[in-house]
Design a protein around this ligand. Structure first.
Ligand code: HEM
Length: 409
C-alpha cells in the first residue's frame, strides 16, 4: 500500500475542487482527465482526497460505513458534524440506522405516484413564466432564462409540494441565490434562531400544529412521524424542511440553467429536440452526465482504507468526484462529447448512489422535461443576444445570466 503523497505529486497537475473560479469559468475537465489517468486517487491542495473514477466514486458512495457524509464545510462549519448539534444534522449527515428511518419520510414525500401529479401544475407555471419571457421580449428586453425561468421552476415546485403560497417561491429563490440555504444555526455568524429559512419554517410548523390535522402532505408525514419512539422535534423538522429546499431548489436550478443555456447556445440541438420530443429524456440524462449540477460531494473516512493502492486514513476528507466520474473513459465512450445516442443514458452518478441516492431525482427530471417541452412548444427559436458571453458548461452553481430573445410560433 502506498503512503499518502504530501501534496500533488506532479506540480503541473493541480486541481482544487473548491476553486470558486470553476463556477464562473467552467470545470477544467482536461485536468480531471489527467487526474483519472495519472493519480486517480488525488491529494488536493487542502490535503483532502479526490476520487476521480466512476468505479471508485460509486463504490465509496455505496460504502456508507467507511465513508460518512459531511456537509459541515459547505455550510461554513469546517470542523463538521462532530461539532454540530444533532438536531441540526441534515438528512445526509444522520448515521444509520436513524438515517434510513427519516429517509423513508422523504421517500414518501417524493414518491413518483405523488410527484407525477405535479405535471399539469408545473406545465401551467412554465407557461406563465414563458408569458413573462415573451412580454420582456415585446418590451425590447432580452429576458434571462436562468433567473426568470430556471430558478423559478424548482422554487415553485418545492413551495407547491409544501402547500405554501407565492411568497415562499420568492423566498426560496432569494435563499438559493444569497447563500441562506448553505447555513444553519451552528454556522458562525448566524443568529441562534438560525437563518431566515429556519424562522420561516418554524412559523409554518406552528401553524400546521395548531390545526386539527396538517393540511399538506409534507407536514402530515413529518409531524406525524415517530422515529426511535418519539416524534421529531421542532428543530429537527425545521432542519429537514430547510434541507429539502437546499437539496431540491439549488441543484435543480443549476440543472435547468444548464438545460436552457445549452438550448440557447446550440440551435441544432434545439431543432433536433423540436423535431422529436421523444429525445427530451435523453437530453436531460446527457446534461446530468456531462454537466453534473453537483460536481462533488464530501465524505469522511471512518477507518483506514485503501483505494487503488493509496492509503486513506481514518478522519481524512474524501471528495466524491461526481463530475469527473461522469466523464470517466472507462464508463462512457468519448465522455467529453455531448451525445443523445448513448447506450446507457442513465449510467451516470449525477444523483449519487447507495442509501443517500437523491430522493428527488424523479421530481428533478419532471421539472427538466416540463421546462424544456414548454419552451419548445412556445418558441420556435431562442436567439442569442449579440455581444453576450454565455456561461460555459457546466458553470456549476454559478449565477450567470442566460439572456435570449424568444421567437414565438
Ligand atoms: C438535478 C437536480 C438534482 C441533483 C443533481 C441532485 C443530486 C443529488 C446528489 C448527488 C445527492 C447525493 C449526495 C450525497 O450522497 O452526498 C442527492 C441527495 C439528496 N437530494 Fe438531490 N439532487 C437534485 C434534485 C433534488 C430534488 C428536486 C430534491 C427534492 C427535495 C432533492 C433532495 C435530495 C435529498 C433530500 C438528498 C439527501 C438524501 C440522503 O442523504 O438520503 N434533490 N441529490
Amino acid at each position: 500500500m502506498r503512503e499518502a503523497p504530501a501534496a500533488s505529486v506532479d506540480p503541473t497537475l493541480s486541481f482544487d475542487p473548491h476553486d470558486r473560479r470553476f463556477v464562473e469559468d467552467g470545470v477544467p475537465f482536461d485536468v480531471l482527465a489527467r487526474i483519472r489517468r495519472e493519480q486517480p486517487v488525488y491529494r488536493t491542495p487542502s490535503g483532502a482526497w479526490y476520487l476521480s473514477r466512476h468505479a471508485d466514486v460509486e463504490a465509496a458512495l455505496v460504502d456508507v460505513d467507511t465513508f460518512r457524509a459531511e456537509l459541515g464545510p459547505i455550510t461554513g462549519i469546517p470542523a463538521g458534524c462532530a461539532t454540530i448539534p444533532e438536531e441540526q444534522h441534515f438528512l445526509s449527515e444522520i448515521p444509520e440506522p436513524r438515517h434510513g428511518r427519516i429517509r423513508r419520510l422523504f421517500n414518501a414525500i417524493f414518491a413518483w405516484h405523488r410527484v407525477r401529479q405535479l405535471e399539469p401544475i408545473l406545465e401551467a407555471e412554465c407557461n406563465r413564466l414563458v408569458d413573462g419571457l415573451f412580454a420582456a421580449c415585446a418590451a425590447g428586453r432580452a429576458p434571462d432564462l436562468h433567473g426568470e425561468y430556471a430558478l423559478s421552476i424548482p422554487a415553485f415546485a418545492m413551495a407547491h409540494i409544501m402547500g405554501l403560497g407565492r411568497e415562499a417561491v420568492g423566498l426560496f429563490m432569494q435563499w438559493s441565490m444569497d447563500g441562506t440555504m448553505m447555513t444553519r444555526p451552528a454556522t458562525p455568524g448566524v443568529a441562534p434562531e438560525g437563518p431566515a429559512s429556519h424562522v420561516y419554517f418554524r412559523a409554518r410548523i406552528a401553524e400546521q400544529r395548531a390545526l386539527p390535522e396538517p393540511t399538506n402532505h409534507v407536514f402530515k408525514v413529518l409531524l406525524g412521524a415517530e422515529i426511535d419512539g418519539r416524534p421529531l422535534s421542532d428543530q429537527e423538522l425545521t432542519t429537514q424542511l430547510h434541507f429539502m429546499v437546499q437539496a431540491g431548489v439549488h441543484t435543480t436550478r443549476s440543472f435547468l440553467a444548464h438545460l436552457v443555456n445549452r438550448l440557447v447556445q446550440d440551435p441544432a440541438l434545439f431543432a433536433r429536440l423540436d423535431a422529436d420530443r421523444e429525445q427530451i429524456p435523453l437530453y436531460l440524462e446527457e446534461s446530468l452526465r456531462h454537466d453534473a449540477p453537483v460536481q462533488r460531494t464530501t465524505r469522511i473516512a471512518t477507518r483506514d482504507v485503501e483505494i487503488g493502492g493509496v492509503l486513506i486514513k481514518q478522519g481524512e476528507t474524501v471528495e466524491m468526484g461526481i463530475g469527473s466520474a461522469n466523464r470517466d473513459e472507462a464508463q462512457h465512450e468519448a465522455p467529453a462529447e455531448f451525445r443523445l445516442d448513448r447506450s446507457d443514458p442513465r449510467g451516470h452518478l449525477a444523483f449519487g448512489a447507495g442509501s443517500h441516492v437523491c430522493p428527488g431525482a424523479m421530481l428533478a427530471r419532471l421539472e427538466g422535461a416540463t421546462a424544456v417541452r414548454v419552451l419548445l412548444d412556445r418558441a420556435k427559436a431562442l436567439e442569442r443576444v449579440p455581444g453576450v458571453i454565455y456561461p460555459p458548461l457546466p458553470g456549476s452553481l454559478g449565477h450567470q445570466p442566460v439572456p435570449a430573445r424568444l421567437v414565438g410560433r
